[in-house]
Ligand binder design. Structure first.
Ligand code: C5P
Length: 231
């Protein structure tokens, strides 16, 4: 049976999945690397589709893989697949342009956070629904953080109590994200950064350790282990 999304949902989720994944070593684009026998993107989309508020999913795929990604995701959930861009920001903009009229909440979620639980999608969306323009899931920073110069000499110790490690999905009132992308300048590593530049308040909600970003071979091994223990 093909999965359905709830047509009453008010949330569109954009999934930038067009990155090369150089830090994972040579191989397929990162979102298409296998985790327990399935591409990371399949794991990610399955969990997004399981969140009851989700109405629309748009994936930005590597330009050469659009048809393959469509075929791969067809049994998982109804998704729109568009070609991504050279930078993450361009991939998000391409996906945003493909969102149909309707959803007033837009979440942006990295395919690389393949084990993100559906309840995190819901809690970010709920905070936007409650009136926040921009919402990010965060975790406290556990390591001591040092600032260094170009020669790796320590310049100082940063007060970690005021730092947060930021995950996705990041959630936005649709008009806020559209405006932020329209006036986007330099490429940033997240969408909340664009919104901050507009002077708009960004609100934090508790993140999830399961939303780890699969970046290096160690992360892939950890994610594989988490899946065998029920993630
Ligand atoms: O490179 P980084 O790990 O920050 O990528 C985060 C997410 O953005 C990944 O899911 C990746 O596939 C996506 N991305 C993209 N288009 C790019 C570069 C990255 O969709 N040109």
């Amino acid at each position: 049976m093909t999965a359905q999304l709830d047509p009453r949902g008010d949330v569109a989720v954009l999934v930038p999945a067009a990155g090369a994944g150089v830090r994972l070593g040579p191989g397929a684009p990162k979102a298409l690397r296998l985790l327990a026998g399935e591409p990371l993107l399949v794991h990610a989309v399955r969990r997004i589709a399981a969140a009851p508020s989700v109405h629309t999913i748009v994936v930005a795929a590597p330009a050469t893989e659009v048809e393959a990604v469509r075929a791969m995701l067809a049994p998982v959930a109804p998704v729109t697949v568009v070609p991504g861009g050279a930078e993450r920001q361009a991939s998000v903009a391409a996906a945003l342009a493909a969102v149909p009229a309707g959803p007033e909440i837009v979440l942006v979620h990295d395919a690389a956070r393949a084990l993100t639980p559906p309840h995190l999608v819901e809690s970010v969306a709920a905070a936007v629904r409650d009136g926040h323009d921009a919402v990010i899931p965060v975790l406290p920073v556990v390591d001591t953080i040092k600032e260094v110069d170009a020669t790796e000499r320590v310049l100082g110790t940063v007060d970690r109590s005021a730092l947060r490690s930021v995950q996705t999905p990041q959630g936005f009132r649709r008009s806020v994200l559209v405006a932020a992308h329209r006036s986007a300048g330099d490429a940033l590593t997240d969408d909340a950064g664009l919104v901050e530049k507009q002077g708009i308040a960004v609100t934090c909600v508790p993140g999830s350790e399961l939303a780890l970003k699969i970046t290096r071979p160690f992360d892939l091994a950890l994610a594989e282990h988490l899946l065998t223990t029920g993630a």
